[in-house]
Design a protein around this ligand. Sequence first.
Ligand code: ATP
Ligand code: MG
Length: 431
Amino acid sequence: MRQSQLFTETQREAPKDEKSKNSQLLIRAGFIDKLMAGVYSYLPLGFLVLKKIENIIREEIQKIGGQELFLPALHPKENWLKTSRWQQKEMFKLKSRSGKDCSLGWTHEEIITPLVKKFVKSYKNLPVAVYQIQTKFRDELRAKSGLLRGVEFIMKDLYSFHQDEEDLDKYYEKVKKAYFQIFKRCGLAKQTFLTLASGGTFSKYSHEFQVITPYGEDTIYLCPKCKLAINKEIIKEEKYKCSKCQTKKLEIKRAIEVGNIFKLKDKFSRPFDFTFVNREGKKKLILMGCYGIGLPRLMGAIVEVCHDEKGIIWPREVAPFQVHLIPLAETSSHFAPYPVWPGSVIENTQKVKKISQKLYQDLQEARIEVLYDDREDKTAGEKFADADLIGIPLRIVVSERTLRKNCLELKQREKKEIKLVRINQVKKYVK
Ligand code: ATP
Ligand code: MG
């Protein structure tokens, strides 16, 4: 994409009311815009990142047999009365003109359970795993952490249905692996820890996936040896011990819960009377699991972890572009009222432009995503500052200085050193 065509601009200052690092950087770099507390628009750069995250999640959930569907966001009251969750504090409620009570979906167990019940009657139909990537609405009281806690946010929610506990347990372990793979591909392999959380009355534990960062809202107790953590709710029950190796040497860390997996067992199948006929011809309640990931929260967590004082440092797989191509012109080439002689500023500028254009085309043909900073009204300093703020993994600078050596300057966002690479080797190097 040509940067001159991008309708957004970077900003020097973050809005005063944005306290979190993720929203400050994402707003300054032109990825998101705030409509009100906890409600953000995704601008072209931000939407590219969101789509990358979405596709990683989709690929990994598809691999474990998840079938994608899309459920309504507008729900009738009746479904929520069945489970006594109509009084849930975070739920937005509304009334239609004809007086029908409705709510905006803050989760979807009450919708998916009766839906799957319509089709699944026998053990022969099991197991089933369905998921969606959809907007949730939650009347959050503390929507002050940018993308980490939205009032409107996109969630991947997966629901699985099983004939017995063994099958549920097996699938639960598969989801755990898929989740680690997702967070690894999002560049958070080192920071993500499986964390024991309360399972309510239905199973002893659920699991959270917590990303360690100083600005996380949660506190976890991490066993550095087992790489296993315990959340604040159940640390007392566990007597401040690692539940695996029993050590009391736990590290207290701030963290962000990016995902949550839960064995619901018959919590929802019971109120909806969702039974199936088992192998012995007996009617039994279906057992369920549910598994969530907040996409904006994951995007915010990536920024909380991957940034420096200059801006964002996107991990490769979620970066909006792979290459930021920056030609440095000594002057704008429009100003050419006189003949262009060899070696003049004008000629050099035209050369820089020609080589950049060619490289832009070549890289695109090689299916490499490039942001091409073709803006002619920006100084080198402004272009570099923007590139650091936006955080694309590889920066390529085309300038007259290095063209003299037939080379271009390549720099990885997270590294200090600049590499000189011969023009004809650049494409290979990038790949
Ligand atoms: P929290 O304790 O942080 O409020 P939760 O237990 O309410 O989270 P779940 O209902 O389990 O969260 O939702 C599943 C996932 O959705 C969470 O792991 C998180 O990634 C994401 N999520 C939950 N609430 C929000 C929110 N307000 N904004 C963005 N993402 C959210
Ligand atoms: Mg919550």
